[in-house]
Design a protein around this ligand. Structure first.
Ligand code: NOJ
Length: 549
């Protein structure tokens, strides 16, 4: 099947977590004018669109993912006029903007929920999922993704409501047609403004199993990609398909085998999905390194499932929910930091799909060495920490675990300069700045031709200039090699091969016959130039991309 060409397949995306991107009014929290002030920087990266995480009115229990008014901008971020200006100026620069669409749940401060909880007979009662308790307390044994029961008792009406995430994030009842109608109207309102698409949050959770269903080995199965969800998703798709927009669904629980149904080129619900298979490999307890073979396997399953025009992938190594990729999958050690950040960049940016770079990833930002739980903001991390303490885990060990896994690792302010507040703000930011801002910052890296930042730009440029790196077929080589990730991209006569050593040790491999070197030109490397031979040696975290002559 010929692959349909579209802007969202060719563009590279950049995710902005606005609270930590750039603060212009010096309240220590990033804002919309901060994003506007960095449009030139964003453009210079070579990206085509930005995704802004929630900026709507919110009590910020879950940093904006608890929305109390979908059509208002949170005061700390700015005003609707400032948003309109940002959209206009971004468009003038040729940058598109996609927004976060959080429609599995609202805040408990949303007027729908305030009404809903007021009485059993309220007109909005069925906007949420209410149920009577049992002898054991909650209606069933379901647990929240953020820890504890998924049910919260509300004494006003003597019933429980369901919350897949925090108790301040009640789940909307998608079985109620009025809920869909109101959500779809809101979606149209934003699209009418001229935004270019949505990241659709937690969308695999909108359908719930019957409440009699008890938890299984997977504690979230009763509300993760539950059969029947397709009806709701088809309705949502009908809203989206009227426009030329980018839609990416956050799809916890959707497997590569189901990918086609979700993002098939003509009938899929979304253009692409954020799958969870490859990141779940490194978000594990105290694990030191990631299994390269499993990593390749997880990514390859998605690459193959959507190959040959069947569908499209979303590619990511970082976002605001996971630790920094250099810290988890590369190395923070001085000797390896730069090479590992570049090797990860090359590996992920040249796969088939639309790459999303998370702010700071392009300069190789690392995890924060948290010294106390008081430095943590994220609601889930605090819950898990106190659960560990209550179950007798030593506080030091609990903190060590948090350090590795906390999503706040990715939420520290963007490091623009080496100044006291990293050029992010003129006063102490809402979140601690990583002490390594001295060495890792945009200003420094702009001036260093060998920096991670300049490498990102070079790879983005290479992708842009070569259709095979966008539309070409992916093929994996050496699937069982424990250190090397080797793949090719091929479109008609154009062929590339990407080779990265994702380990701290030297690696050697007999490259496949059709990757023999005489016929290949090195395009980019994160070390000095090399010539590949049949028996090739790769330095720790060495990465290269070749083009067939
Ligand atoms: C996924 C978002 O990325 C995360 O930050 C949020 O906490 C949950 N969805 C709930 O909305």
């Amino acid at each position: 099947m010929a692959i349909r060409r579209t802007w969202w397949k060719e563009a590279v995306g950049y995710q902005i977590y606005p609270a930590s991107f750039m603060d212009t009014n010096n309240d220590g929290i990033g804002d919309l004018n901060g994003i506007r002030s960095k449009l030139d920087y964003l453009k210079s990266l070579g990206i085509g669109f930005i995704w802004i995480t929630p900026i709507y009115e919110s009590p910020n229990v879950d940093n904006g993912y608890d929305i109390s008014d979908y059509q208002k901008i949170l005061g700390t971020f700015g005003t609707m006029e400032e948003f309109d200006l940002l959209l206009k100026e971004a468009h003038e620069q040729g940058l598109k903007i996609i927004m976060d669409l959080v429609i599995n749940h609202t805040s408990n401060q949303h007027s729908w929920f305030v009404e809903s909880r007021s009485s059993l007979k309220d007109d909005y009662r069925d906007y949420y999922i209410w149920a009577d308790g049992t002898m054991d307390g909650p209606p069933n044994d379901w647990v929240s993704i953020f820890g504890g029961s998924a049910w919260e008792y509300d004494e006003r009406t003597n019933q429980y409501y369901l919350h897949v995430f925090a108790k301040e994030q009640p789940d909307l009842n998608w079985e109620n047609p009025r809920v869909k109608r109101d959500l779809f109207q809101m979606i149209d309102w934003w699209l009418d403004k001229g935004i270019d698409g949505f990241q659709v949050d937690a969308i695999s959770h909108i359908k719930k199993a019957p409440l009699e269903t008890t938890s299984t080995k997977d504690p979230f199965e009763a509300f993760k990609n539950v059969p029947g969800i397709e009806t709701h998703l088809n309705d949502l798709r009908d809203i989206f398909k009227k426009r030329d927009i980018l839609t990416v669904g956050e799809a916890n629980g959707v497997s590569a085998a189901e990918a086609y149904q979700w993002v098939g080129e003509t009938t899929g619900y979304f253009n692409m999905l954020f799958e969870f298979d490859h990141i779940s490999l490194w978000n594990k307890d105290e694990q030191e390194t990631v299994d390269v073979i499993q990593f390749k396997k997880a990514l390859t399953a998605w690459q193959e499932a959507l190959a040959d025009g069947r569908g499209w992938n979303a590619l990511y190594m970082e976002n605001h929910d996971i630790p920094r990729s250099v810290s988890s999958f590369g190395s923070e050690e001085k000797v390896f930091w730069q090479a590992s950040a570049k090797a990860l960049a090359l590996t992920f940016l040249l796969l088939q799909g639309t790459p999303f770079i998370y702010q700071g990833q392009e300069i190789g930002m690392t995890n924060l060495p948290f010294t106390s739980i008081n430095e943590i903001d994220a609601v889930d991390t605090k819950n898990f920490y106190y659960e560990m303490i209550h179950s007798g885990v030593d506080p030091k060990n609990a903190l060590n675990l948090i350090r590795k896994t906390a999503r706040d690792n990715a939420r520290t302010p963007m490091q623009w300069t080496a100044e006291e507040y990293a050029g992010f703000s003129k006063r102490k930011p809402w979140m601690r700045i990583n002490p390594n801002k001295q060495e890792i910052n945009v200003l420094h890296e702009l001036n260093d031709p060998t920096s991670v930042l300049n490498f990102y730009k070079a790879v983005i440029q290479l992708r842009k200039e070569n259709e095979a790196l966008i539309y070409g077929r992916y093929q994996l080589y050496l699937p069982d090699h424990p250190q090397l990730f080797v793949y090719s991209r091929r479109l008609a006569d154009e062929r590339f091969v990407v080779i990265s050593n994702l380990s701290k040790e030297f690696a050697s491999a007999d490259l496949p016959e059709n990757v023999q070197i005489e016929e290949w030109d090195l395009q980019l490397s994160n070390l000095n130039d090399h010539t590949i031979h049949q028996h090739t040696i790769f330095a720790p975290y060495e990465a290269r991309v070749y083009k067939h002559k």
